[in-house]
Design a protein around this ligand. Structure first.
Ligand SMILES: NC(=O)c1ccc[n+]([C@@H]2O[C@H](COP(=O)([O-])OP(=O)(O)OC[C@H]3O[C@@H](n4cnc5c(N)ncnc54)[C@H](OP(=O)(O)O)[C@@H]3O)[C@@H](O)[C@H]2O)c1
Length: 273
């Protein structure tokens, strides 16, 4: 059911699938197999990063899948160690080489490091001007970082990838992103599995005949938030994609908004301010 999935339009007109495969913490043949499984399932968005050390595996899976390059949306990110203007330009070339492609769809500043985030963003703007990537964005930019970025950015970020789940429901950041025209993308959307046994969530899953993970992912995409769950398990890769044949009632979305408990499974970016 490849065509049944939902897309969103970035602020430069580029279409991006709302649901993708995150590939943090997978390597070698395990990663290649998982990514090919996802592509066969219908995923058309892969989220990697230089720091994940698996861009080569992403490239290999893309080629092995036989899909035309333009059909898969590939995101990668500049690592903290390579931030800064010149270093970022070099880092981008290295990512392209490892991926074995001549462009990426989306390139992100991985973390808003105080000393280097401005120069890093300016390098991304330069790469965007050069048309060697299709869109640029940021990750881990909570509102104060966006306020600062707005003072010097020439290009509005197409996307902001942040930790976000029912248990970390950043409502004001979501509203801000909608106003700015920046797509919000949820990383660790499943909170690494830590709340999949939450009785409130399990009750909803029973009601809809779906799994807890599917309820969370549907809640995200239904409000236009992109989600990039990670799995190396074929059954779960398919399960996580099975969210395009039902929808949640508005009242149930409201209910899920109330699951918020400020749960973070990754570092809080705010101390970097
Ligand atoms: N920008 C950033 O700073 C940043 C930070 C963190 C993550 N990310 C991105 O976001 C992606 C997702 O985040 P994440 O990998 O940290 O966490 P996640 O997607 O919330 O959770 C992944 C974990 O949940 C398990 N899982 C997946 N589907 C499941 C299901 N249907 N039922 C039960 N368990 C399931 C996976 O196990 P198996 O793999 O064993 O199946 C894995 O242990 C990453 O891969 C990465 O691309 C970005």
């Amino acid at each position: 059911m490849v065509n049944a999935q939902l897309y969103t339009r970035l602020n430069n007109g580029l279409d991006m699938p709302l649901l993708g495969l995150g590939v943090y913490d997978m390597h070698g043949p395990e990663a290649v197999t998982a990514i090919i499984c996802a592509l066969e399932t219908g995923y058309r968005l892969i989220d990697t990063a230089a720091i994940y050390r698996n861009e080569a595996e992403v490239g290999q899976a893309l080629r092995q899948s036989g899909l035309p390059r333009h059909q898969v949306f590939v995101t990668t990110k500049v690592s903290n160690a390579q931030q800064g203007y010149d270093q970022t330009l070099r880092a981008f070339d290295e990512s392209l080489r490892r991926l074995g492609t001549d462009y990426v769809d989306l390139y992100l500043v991985h973390w808003p490091l105080k000393a280097t985030r401005r120069a890093t963003w300016q390098a991304l703007e330069h790469l965007y001007d050069q048309k060697v990537l299709r869109a640029i964005g940021v990750a881990n930019y909570l509102e104060p970082f966006l306020d600062e970025l707005a003072t010097y950015a020439q290009v509005v970020p197409a996307l902001n990838q942040v930790e976000f789940s029912p248990y970390l429901y950043l409502e004001s950041l979501l509203r801000r992103s909608q106003t700015d025209g920046t797509v919000l993308q949820a990383y660790t959307p499943l909170a690494r599995g830590r709340r999949l046994d939450d009785p409130k969530l399990v009750a909803l899953a029973r009601q809809y005949g779906k799994t807890p993970a599917q309820i969370i992912l549907r809640w995200l995409v239904q409000q236009g938030v992109s989600a990039i769950p990670k799995s190396v398990t074929p059954k779960r890769i398919r399960e996580n994609f099975g969210i395009f044949d039902f929808s949640l009632a508005a009242a149930d979305c409201q209910l899920i908004n109330g699951f918020h408990e400020n749960l973070r499974v990754v570092d809080d970016p705010l101390p970097l301010l």
